[in-house]
Design a protein around this ligand. Structure first.
Ligand SMILES: *Cc1c(COP(=O)(O)O)cnc(C)c1O
Length: 361
């Protein structure tokens, strides 16, 4: 039963499956791994992973060891490789082993720790991240060379996957993309027996050179466009609607909400919605973003913790009607741009307060 008086977050797993197909077609030949860190970008790692698995996904990426443990439990007996981007942190190796998770090693101390584990327990399947120009995570090329050419060999490491990450893939014209690609090719030559993955969502759309063996899809699985603007090929997975709790008439000079963010210049009708930044409607979108109601865009005048106010114009809405704040018509990339952020943050901010409904679970 849905509660008509609460904000509602609908998570459309059929749209997720569709987006996965779009990415798979775009990156044809490459495996599409599902990046479902941060609880599946806030949408629920369990239902997301199970549906992706049903669609054929066999590789998943999470950030934290704890996320790998939770995901393994959510997957039940389903066969899947879970890569942990944090790698092998101190004290994590038994936990990773118990969760059957594969660390993405990204520092020399992590490499040494993995080799120590291999010495004690036998060959250790790992992934290795190299930094090709993002300067955030991964071995430098020199470090990767040293690991590959060490006199004792890889000392028990079974490097299944070589990973790197693009820093500017949302802008196909960026020269950093081919620069990173060139460095990635150098790194690959060091580990010729490993599979390779450079592209995340945006990189998967950069063309055949960027696909390699696997693309790591995150935000585009959920409908975020590869160039940070709506992509008509992708469908919205998350739809947030909120009920109208009041319709009010403003006179010229009336202010709305706190402070002086909005003052009516003319007589107008506004609707008060039962959703605010505590539900994940990012406050910074106030005055810039729009909601979708009665077939048109309606400017968002105020976003408070529990309530938002929109300019209703002539829309024939009444109390109890639901207004779309995020979804197929209030696009995630447009809301992100209005809030000065990225689609990833819009998703992970969606809170547990809104009622959650899964379609296609
Ligand atoms: C988060 C992340 C991804 C997924 O990125 P999207 O932009 O959401 O597709 C892929 N690889 C790494 C290393 C990441 O940190």
């Amino acid at each position: 039963m849905t509660s008509p008086d609460r904000a509602r977050l609908t998570i459309d797993l059929d749209a997720l499956a569709h987006n996965r197909d779009v990415i798979a077609a775009e990156a044809s030949g490459a495996e599409v791994a599902g990046v479902i860190k941060a609880d599946g970008y806030g949408l629920g790692a369990g239902p997301i992973a199970r549906r992706l698995h049903a669609e054929g996904t066999r590789s998943f990426f999470v950030a934290r060891t704890s996320e790998a443990e939770a995901l393994r439990a959510e997957l039940g007996g389903r066969e899947a490789t879970i890569y942990v981007l944090d790698g092998l942190l101190a004290g994590a190796s038994d936990r990773l082993a118990a969760a059957g998770a594969t660390p993405v090693l990204s520092t020399l101390p992590q490499v040494s720790a993995a080799q120590a584990r291999a010495a004690a327990h036998g060959p250790y399947p790992v992934a290795l991240q190299v930094d090709t120009g993002m300067n955030r995570q991964g071995l430098t090329l020199e470090e990767a060379r040293a690991v590959a050419a060490a006199p004792g060999g890889l000392r028990g490491l079974d490097v299944r996957l070589l990973v790197s990450h693009l820093g500017s893939a949302t802008d196909p014209a960026e020269t950093r993309n081919p620069e990173q690609l060139a460095r990635f090719r150098e790194a690959r030559a060091l580990f010729p027996d490993s599979r390779a993955s450079l592209a995340a969502s945006a990189g998967a759309f950069l063309g055949p050179d960027y696909r390699h063996d696997m693309v790591r899809a995150g935000v585009s699985l959920f409908g975020g466009g590869p160039e940070e603007r709506p992509d008509p090929r992708l469908r919205a997975v998350a739809t947030l609607t909120a009920p109208v709790v009041d319709v009010r008439n403003l006179r010229p000079g009336d202010r709305v909400g706190y402070g002086a963010h909005f003052t009516a210049a003319r007589p107008m009708r506004v609707a008060v919605l039962a959703a605010g930044y505590a539900d994940g409607v990012i406050r910074a979108a106030m005055g810039k973003g729009f909601a979708w109601a009665a077939g048109a865009r309606r400017p968002i005048l105020a976003i408070n913790m529990d309530l938002a106010v929109i300019d209703l114009g002539d829309a024939p809405l009444t109390i109890g009607d639901h207004v779309e704040l995020l979804g197929p018509n209030a696009h995630i990339d447009e809301l992100a741009a209005a809030a000065g952020t990225v689609a990833h943050e819009v998703l992970v901010r969606l809170s547990r307060r809104a009622e959650r409904i899964y379609i296609g679970a």
